[in-house]
Design a protein around this ligand. Structure first.
Ligand SMILES: *Cc1c(COP(=O)(O)O)cnc(C)c1O
Length: 810
């Protein structure tokens, strides 16, 4: 429809008139965005329908990726890229007087996720479609995404993210596909034809209405579906009145409680949120998603025993674990299967990804909450647990072992245990993480089901994070090694041949400088802070969490400040430290760290002497679109979590792919990066995960001793609370000092400080040799193809889902 520039311009102008009744002169950037959106929708409509048709007639196995979060970000640019129209549209718009970058920024950044877990789901969708797999997303259409962060007076302030306010050009509301979800009620048992049947009465019903978003694959026209569910009233107010319920107010109450189900995303990245509403959201997703995929399955007219051959249900962490008892319920109560057969079908259909080892983030629900909200589901969980534990005892396992792995324990439902017992595959998200799962956190389960455990190291889509975010670097790569890498990212490896090529090095560093200039302009514009594009851009952007150790970074920055103050005339490479991070609104310590970063930035940036050599910037509202601006401009990537705590990390991969060098611990996927890169291309420091584990198990670490021994640490920590410029009124940072000294520094910030400072010295030293820096940067890019989510998805497809790319009948 618009396969060349002139055709595009013509249809664009025609749509402007026919849809909006506007001329070119009257159109706003928002109008242009909307028209582009609808042009793309029209363009892919046929492919979308065709992909759906194939699903029904060709009987290809379908994967459904269930996730409470999809951090998809903006779609316009990536969709244009994937249909191969990005440059045509850019040029066409330019001739019409519009800048595509500006048009792209009109799109709200869909923030239906907290961080890495939600972004992984989005990258996976892109890879599934681009590799021609039939893999769909199943999530919730939150009215409000993750809060928008404003920094006021150095503090984080949370504002609602009203992302749907101006409509969503990508979604298609499908009321014809709505399903009913039931809460509350009582289970009644009766005998029918010699079988016990279970029926729930007195329940509250809610409509789940899907909004479908096309997931447009790169190149060959596969369009999958991200189906996002929205909750709507399923009760007729007239009927309610006739039933004698005090009509108007009870209807309003009901309606409000229904709407709240898909109202907002819980702004909590890890850690337990004990809210009934959150449980409602989880069941809402599981029940609606399952009913809907089973409707599609039923079109094949196959017996349910063949479900596992036609459908894979994958759960992204334990949040959608209720698919397991819900599928059991449907198979037994609605399809008439007995327990054993239903269980066999369920386990063969479901697979599970574990995302965390942090014990506070392993989900648990109070038994009585599930019993009340979901009485039939509770009965099924109870029965799963009874049979599971009973069988273990029968096999001769000790009572102690059984209580370790029990699903119900001390009045709580342990979701990870349910997920493991009820699925055929359990994967960790990086080699180290999977090893720790097997040997530590989930060790007894590994003993039970060694074959179910496997590793699938996370990945990122190189289409968004390299081709779209860094087009100049992409062009350079294609000039050097051809464009095969865009469809086979492992080919990036060929770039390594050019690591000592002076021309490629120069162009690469020129592109980096260009990206840094653009980011500097953005910082100037947003923050009024002038940063030097020639300085080292050292970046830490990710959720704020104790284990990610933004605190270590800022304490080191304060230490550098002291160094410069003491010896202002020593020649140093100027540095700009850039932070971006949202803290969970109830996470007090994390919010104090944000405040500290902002106070430090203020003091340092205003100091006429220090600010020549050191600048600190905190960019507010870290999000996918901001990540796309920042990461291509980074020289140094901070991946400094306490070893053993970061399951994988994906930010680390994005930076590597854009040529930043990593300073990091041997944690998560950093371990695999290090295996690929070797020590000459990465700055490694800090405790190893085994050492951290040993401290946790056997003690032996006293943070206060380090404070007394190390004058630098003493000076930095004292400057937060007493003398020194970083002390805020009301001793605001006392809590930080307490966490480190009184609570013995849970994340080993002080323990790793010295090693970190030494590694940072090496970074500075290495940056002075720009030729060798460029060479290391090339080696990083060359090895980053390994972390494309295309590679990750190929392995999920082969090892877990057993699916092959769908071939179109031509
Ligand atoms: C990639 C990404 C993350 C995950 O970053 P980590 O460094 O792996 O924690 C979080 N938020 C956004 C917006 C991202 O794009």
């Amino acid at each position: 429809m618009f396969n060349n520039k002139e055709l595009f311009k013509a249809s664009f102008q025609e749509q402007l008139v026919s849809r909006l009744g506007k001329s070119m002169e009257e159109a706003t950037a928002g109008d242009v965005y909307k028209i582009l959106g609808s042009l793309i929708r029209e363009n892919i409509g046929r492919d979308w329908a065709e992909s759906n048709r194939i699903a029904k007639v060709q009987e290809e196995k379908q994967v459904y990726y269930f996730s409470m979060e999809f951090l998809i970000g903006r779609l316009l640019g990536n969709n244009l890229l994937n249909i191969g129209m990005l440059e045509t549209v850019r040029d066409g718009l330019k001739e019409l007087g519009w800048d595509l970058d500006e048009i792209e920024s009109q799109e709200p950044d869909a923030g239906l996720g907290n961080g890495g877990l939600g972004r992984l789901a989005a990258c996976f969708l892109d890879s599934l479609a681009s590799l021609q797999y039939a893999g769909h997303g199943c999530g919730i259409r939150y009215k409000y995404g993750l809060f928008e962060q404003k920094i006021i007076d150095g503090h984080q302030v949370e504002l609602p993210d009203d992302w749907l306010q101006r409509g969503n050009v990508w979604e298609e509301r499908r009321p014809d596909k709505k399903v009913e979800v039931r809460f509350w009620g009582r289970v009644e048992m009766s005998e029918r034809d010699g079988r016990t049947v279970f029926e729930t009465t007195g329940y509250e019903k809610v409509w789940a209405v899907p909004y479908d978003v096309p997931v447009i694959g790169h190149g060959e026209g596969r369009v999958n579906t991200l189906r996002l569910w929205s909750a709507e009233s399923a009760v007729d107010p007239i009927k309610m009145a006739q039933d004698g319920q005090n009509s108007y107010y009870s209807f309003l109450n009901y309606s409000r409680s229904v709407q709240s189900i898909s109202e907002f995303l819980y702004p909590d990245d890890s850690g337990y949120e004990g809210k009934l509403l959150r449980l409602k959201q989880q069941y809402f997703l599981c029940s609606a998603g399952l009913q809907s995929l089973l409707r599609t399955f039923e079109k094949l007219k196959l017996p349910y025993t063949e479900l596992p051959e036609k459908v894979s249900v994958h759960i992204n962490d334990t949040h959608p674990t209720l698919v397991i008892p819900e599928l059991m319920r449907i198979l037994m109560d609605e399809q008439g299967f007995g327990w054993d057969e239903a269980w066999d079908i369920t386990v063969r259909t479901v697979s599970y990804t574990n995302h965390t080892l942090l014990s506070e983030a392993l989900e648990k629900w109070p038994e009585n909450m599930i019993r009340e909200l979901l009485p039939r589901i509770y009965m099924i969980i109870e029965e799963i647990n009874k049979r599971f534990c009973g069988q273990l005892l029968e096999e001769g396992r000790s009572q102690e072992f059984v209580s370790q792995v029990a699903i119900l324990e001390s009045g709580q439902v342990k979701m990870a245990h349910l997920a493991i017992a009820g699925s055929n595959s359990i994967n960790g998200v990086a080699g180290l993480h999977t090893e720790l799962l097997k040997t530590d956190v989930m060790q007894p389960f590994y003993e039970l089901y060694p074959d179910r455990f496997n590793n699938k190291t996370n990945g990122i889509t190189h289409r968004r994070w390299l081709m779209h975010a860094n087009p100049k670097l992409s062009s350079l790569i294609s000039e050097a090694i051809g464009s095969g890498w865009t469809t086979s990212p492992l080919q990036l490896k060929e770039l390594a041949k050019f690591k000592d090529d002076r021309h490629i090095q120069d162009v690469l560093m020129g592109i980096k400088l260009d990206n840094k200039r653009r980011l500097a302009a953005y910082i100037q514009d947003k923050q009024g802070v002038m940063v030097d594009p020639e300085s080292i851009f050292d970046v830490q952007v990710k959720r704020l969490h104790g284990y990610k150790r933004q605190l270590m970074n800022i304490l080191h920055v304060i230490h550098l400040y002291h160094e410069i103050k003491d010896q202002p005339n020593v020649e140093r490479v100027p540095r700009t430290f850039i932070f971006g991070a949202k803290a969970a609104p109830g996470y007090y310590l994390a919010k104090s760290i944000i405040k500290l970063i902002n106070v430090a930035a203020d003091v340092i940036n205003r100091d006429p002497q220090v600010s020549q050599q050191l600048k600190v910037v905190f960019l507010e509202n870290y999000s996918v679109s901001l990540a796309e601006k920042i990461i291509p401009a980074a020289n140094v990537s901070e991946q400094i979590s306490t070893a053993g705590k970061e399951a994988s990390g994906t930010g680390n991969m994005k930076f590597m792919m854009n040529g930043a060098l990593t300073i990091g611990t041997l944690d998560g996927a950093n371990v695999e990066m290090f295996d690929l890169l070797g020590e000459e291309n990465m700055f490694l420091f800090g405790l190893r995960s085994q050492e951290v584990l040993n401290y946790y198990r056997h003690g032996g670490y006293v943070a206060r001793e380090l404070y007394h021994q190390d004058a630098r640490l003493r000076r930095v920590l004292d400057s937060l609370v007493t003398e020194g410029p970083f002390c805020c009124h009301e001793r605001e940072f006392e809590i930080i000092r307490q966490a480190l000294l009184d609570h013995n520094d849970e994340f080993f910030v002080l323990r790793d400080f010295d090693d970190y400072a030494a590694a940072q010295k090496q970074v500075e030293q290495a940056y002075r040799d720009s030729v060798s820096w460029a060479s290391k940067s090339i080696v990083n890019i060359a090895n980053s193809g390994h972390f494309s989510s295309d590679c990750t998805i190929e392995r999920y497809a082969a090892d877990i889902w057993d699916i092959a790319p769908v071939r179109r009948e031509s």
